[in-house]
Design a protein around this ligand. Sequence first.
Ligand code: GZL
Length: 331
Amino acid sequence: MKRIVFGIICGMLLLCACAGYFDMEPEQHENKTEDLVVVGVSQVGSESVWRTANTMSLQQALSDENGYFLLFDNARQKQENQIKAIRSFISQQVDYIVFSPITEDGWETVLTEAKDAGIPVILMDRQANVDPDLYTAWVGSDFEAEGEKAGLWLENYLRKKDREREEIRIVVLQGTEGATSVIGRTNGFQKVAQKHSNWQILEQVNGEYTTAKGKEVMQKLLETYDDIDVVVSQNDDMTFGALEAIHMEGYSTGEEGDMIIISFDAVKDALKMVEQGLIEVDIECNPLQGEYVSEIIQALEAGETVDKKCFIEENVFTKENVGEYIDNRTY
Ligand code: GZL
């Protein structure tokens, strides 16, 4: 039974006016409104190229042509905005709530309210530290695997360069504190790093997943430490800022450079830098999650059970393989 309140129907009528809604027979109006699945989406923000691609993927998949009425809210990187949006979706009695929790903690109360209202919650991208009964499914990346891939790449790179026994001084630009992607990438990289007593993680700093903050914290790290060998930057936007700071100080990056850059996300502009040798390796984090979310909703609409967790396939890009992928990159 679709729960669509007066406010949404008004919005629908307004929206459909241009789509010839009023040319239809009265009984057709009912079908059009009744057939749409109403989904409330609370998005973290628009802090990165990755996030923009993630949003576009959701909006393309949850379109009215695909049978959805999408209520979309941009939380501008604030948890309180996400909680407000979720409560608004509950009061509008949407059919599903979809959101990427900006950080893992602080969701128990509002997700209990959604459960009490009988509204299924689908998590995407980041995860929430709640009783698994409070959400129906999660779709996203294996962040710990991403971090481990970065560590294993560095291990292999140093071996090839005959630098296995050298003192390797590493700094880490982390994203938003408490985000699943930060926790996973940090733990995954450390799992490899702890096997190498000659690897020294000098400092891990919060670059907030943005270019501006990435540049700012990299400048501070360059002032603090003389010889940094490796920069692990947990998303490409921070990497763009870090590279600006590194070049401003007269350092170079790449195989023959002063520092090795390891980045995450693998957006097109960063892959171009991999091709140019500015970034040594980019660990993919796939933002195209809209189709996965839609498939979960369609399965639930058909009365099917769905997997609690759905991990998305991801790649690792270096100069050796980036050429095969870069032209097809849509973001
Ligand atoms: C990863 C996602 C991260 C991206 C950043 O799934 O949570 O948030 O790596 C984005 O670009 O800001």
